[in-house]
Design a protein around this ligand. Sequence first.
Ligand code: MN
Length: 727
Amino acid sequence: METFEEHYASLHTALEQHLPGADMALIEKAIRYADDKHRSQLRKDGSPYIIHPLAVAQIVAEMGLDTDSVLGALLHDCIEDTDTSHEEIERLFGTTVAELVEGVTKLTRANFSTSEQEQMENLRKMFMAMSKDIRVVLIKIADRLHNQRTMQYQTPEKQISKSRETMDVYAPLAHRLGMQRIKMELDDLALKYLDPDDYQKITDHLNAQKEQDEAFMRSIQAQITERLASVGIHNTTYGRIKHVYSIYHKMQVQGKSLDELYDIYAFRVIVDTIPDCYNVLGHIHDLFNLVPGRFKDYISTPKPNMYQSLHTTVIGRQGIPFEVQIRTWEMHQTAEYGIAAHWKYKQGGQGSGDEKDFEWVRRLLESQQDTDAEDYVESLKIDMFDDEVFVFTPKGRVVSLPTGSTPIDFAYAIHSGVGNAMIGAKINNRIANIDAKLTNGDIVEILTSKSAKGPSRDWLNICRSNQARTKIKQWFKKEKREENIVHGRSSFEAEMRRAGLPPAAPSDDELSPKLLKKLSFDSWDDLYAAIGYGGLTATKAVGRIRDDITRALRQKEEERTPKPLRVEEPVRLNRHAVNGVIVEDIDSCMIKFAKCCTPVPGDAIVGFITKGFGVSVHRADCPNTAHRDDPAQAARWVRVRWANLDEQPFDTTLELDCITRDGLVLDVATVISTAHVHLKELNAKDLPGNKSIVTVRFEVKNVGELESIRAKLLNIRDVMGSRRGQN
Ligand code: MN
């Protein structure tokens, strides 16, 4: 049984070594606090519970994380296992620590074990998405590492399920984050329970070979260090046997037995500078025989998880191949601790989840998008999951939904039957609104009833996933045809009105089938039904047929209206109204109103040139005008219109520069009166030098008329010029 004292001492050693600036008083306080909270709990092996948080904190310290992370690790099980509240931790240890503990708790509650292979990537994504702060992930990995180290005390079922989870989720995550040392240990510990026979075989084999192996490694190590010492390259060199899982993996992939497997030895040469790395490489190739095709330069081209080293495989005098990895100390830290090494290098600083850190993390995770096939599938980055939310069924299945999804989306993601029978929902065991927004890690339970009325139309606006929308529409399509027709018809007619068309669908024998064909529906009811269940919007439907309807309506309108008469023709202004009627093309002719139809202003009218009585004005719809298409008479029908009310005459004044002569004023008056305009004022004023100005004020309907009169006035002898005067 492990003791508190042992773990307490190891934690201190780790802190002194990796985190010299740590706030020891606060850490002591957290140890006492956690010990107190977990007092009544024992580990499965019967040891006091506090040993677990101490061990996790030690791993976190060894990773080189900051004081907050160590505190988070010490307190990581408090919320989950004791009556501790977030607020209390916040008050005693600060907001960051409380958030770290909260984050770890959430991951602890989540169930990342599954038998479905296709869920793996989802699980890993959720894991990252749920932990907004990367330190949460690192603490959780440390937690799992200690649990996996002490797995022997668990039941066989738990050993297997937890180990599966370690292999599928935690080890790949550690790898992604560049933490090779932890990844290897997790792999080996998990393999021990997942394939105990092979694990045993490999370890037995390695144990049997141990002395031999060690002798071999000592001899190689000696050769290397001797050579490097002779050329003055400062270095640390050691050999190791590759880890069990990596040997296991090689056997599986290469289909080889243990005896056939070579290449299980690896040597590391750690030096101070990058030039030293390449120097060492030269000496290694000089000392041993190079195995062609195995050299890799990860210094000039780092691995996606930022791993850097030179790798080469050589064969010594014993004929045994081995790999040599050459790197600087800084590269070594990164290789061992990955992302966590980042905190290590922030010497003295209390690492925090500030913007810069996240930039760094994000870059790391983004850079893994081009990970080679051996590495795990898709990329993994925190902000990549902004458009996805991961939630659980009560049985622990992960469901991935678009961000902003609601219990409705969840229900339909489970099964359309669940969605259609839904009457309510629980989120994390509390009754919730069906339009509540789901967040990562929520456990969602859908309450159903056999007597449920089915989805409501509002749901279409609430749900976020296409899947839910489609399934809801399907339901309406099937279940509610009559209702859909009523709904659809009213939206269709509203849309027609908005488009300025008669609301009802055209019933015309010719037009109606044409429109339906264009819409791809067999009947208007089918169209209404489709609009009703949301398969098609009314706007889209009307948009598709609007032009055809407008064209048809215009055509009909034209058929109703006499062809030669284009009553909508722009008004021509230089015509004189007689009896309030203007006859196009004929200036001031006699007008009479037909007795058969007595048109009044505003009626559509047409004119007929009578023999000797001027133009007779009929209403356009008068039966007596029915034959106006008759070629014999067509020319006698003329366009007429009511004089515009706004064509009221206005006064205007022209000043004419003249040479004075007798009769000039009379000539001016004559021009005015023959132009049929009303003369208001006329006078002449003599100027010196036989000149005079004749001022004439008269009524015109528009500028056109004014200009035509002015031209006539200028034609008068001795009128030399004119200008518009003031009234
Ligand atoms: Mn724990």
